[in-house]
Design a protein around this ligand. Structure first.
Ligand SMILES: Nc1nc(=O)c2c([nH]1)NC[C@@H]1CN(c3ccc(C(=O)N[C@@H](CCC(=O)O)C(=O)O)cc3)C=[N+]21
Length: 305
């Protein structure tokens, strides 16, 4: 026997997310039931202004999972090409609605609508997908805020699979406000050394091979191949790229030789949806704890501005 020849020992560890997602959903369902018992049913509103296929899939999947967890989920479909004024007014109305504890504004948005600008109309206490720039700012400052569910999912997956972060080299590819930037912040909070690469980085290979942990959130199939990674690396693939045959692929070539890789599908995606539910239930718990008159006087103050 020649042990060095045995390739099966080199098998990539699959860092799956479906089991973790189930745990998070179960916990959220238990908490939601308890809260409903005491008189508050957690409510989630999903605002849609696109006919994008993968967004529609995500919205249906949120509604299904929310229903199963005992969360009252309403989808507000304003139609592709909705007027930004209408989107803003809708977000303001939902922010003032006491039966709604979580609000998510789906991307992409119609041409001429600006995501961060519109998301500033979401009450930060209901901003369960960390879209309001106030949430992003609080996150950056280390103050309490809901991180975008996708960014939170990356950290949950790494923790679940016991990946050490303190003192490790982490490279994030992508700098969106939804994933790249908040993921980098969260990794930094965990004492990692963080490098962010993006479309103007001339050569990814100048940075990515140094990564102990590589997080890829770009939206390009096969962006990351063997030449980009050390074989000891842990790779989190955040990409969800629809294929022509109705499937889904990530940004990472699934045949890369690394120590661990999150699969697509079945990795970050299901954890993202589960965390959105968790954030909604947490928001409902906090709202139920706040004295009603305090919430009302706060609303009055904000409408006086
Ligand atoms: N404001 C906003 N926040 C988002 O987080 C957001 C968004 N807008 N717009 C649309 C994209 C898309 N997205 C996905 C989440 C989970 C899966 C997911 O769970 N996918 C399954 C499989 C799906 C399949 O097999 O077709 C999986 O990865 O296992 C996919 C896609 C979040 N998005």
């Amino acid at each position: 026997m020649q042990p060095t020849e045995i390739r099966s020992d080199d098998a990539v560890r699959e860092l799956g997310g479906t089991g973790l997602a189930r745990e998070i959903r179960t916990r959220a369902a238990v908490d939601a039931a308890e809260l409903t018992e005491s008189g508050t049913t957690p409510g989630l509103a999903v605002v849609v202004a696109t006919d994008d296929e993968s967004s529609a899939w995500y919205v249906r999947s949120i509604a299904r999972a929310a229903g199963k967890a005992g969360i009252d989920c309403r989808t507000v479909d304003l139609g592709a090409g909705a007027d930004p004024q209408l989107i803003r007014a809708t977000l303001e109305q939902l922010s003032a609605d006491g039966s709604v504890h979580g609000i998510i504004l789906q991307t992409p948005l119609p041409a001429g609508a600006h995501f961060e600008d519109l998301a500033s109309a979401i009450d930060p206490r209901k901003d369960v997908d960390g879209a309001n720039p106030v949430s992003l700012g609080n996150l950056a400052a280390g103050l309490p805020a809901y991180p975008p569910a996708t960014a939170a999912a990356v950290l949950e997956l790494l923790d679940h699979h016991e990946v050490e972060l303190a003192g490790r080299n982490c490279v994030v590819v992508g700098r969106s406000n939804v994933v790249g930037k908040p993921v980098a912040r969260l990794l930094l909070q965990r004492d990692a050394t963080v490098t962010i690469c993006h479309r103007h980085t001339p050569e990814l290979t100048a940075f990515t091979p140094d990564a102990d942990v590589l997080v890829v959130a770009v939206g390009k199939p096969d962006l990351i191949t063997d030449k980009h990674v050390r074989d000891g690396a842990i790779v989190v693939d955040v990409g969800t790229n629809p294929t022509t045959d109705g499937g889904l692929v990530g940004d990472v070539d699934p045949s890369v030789h690394v120590a661990g890789l999150t699969p697509v599908p079945g990795g970050v995606g299901p954890v993202t949806t589960a965390l959105l539910l968790q954030h909604t239930v947490r928001s409902a718990v906090r709202s139920a704890r706040r004295p009603r008159h305090a919430a009302e006087s706060q609303l009055r103050t904000s409408s006086e501005h």
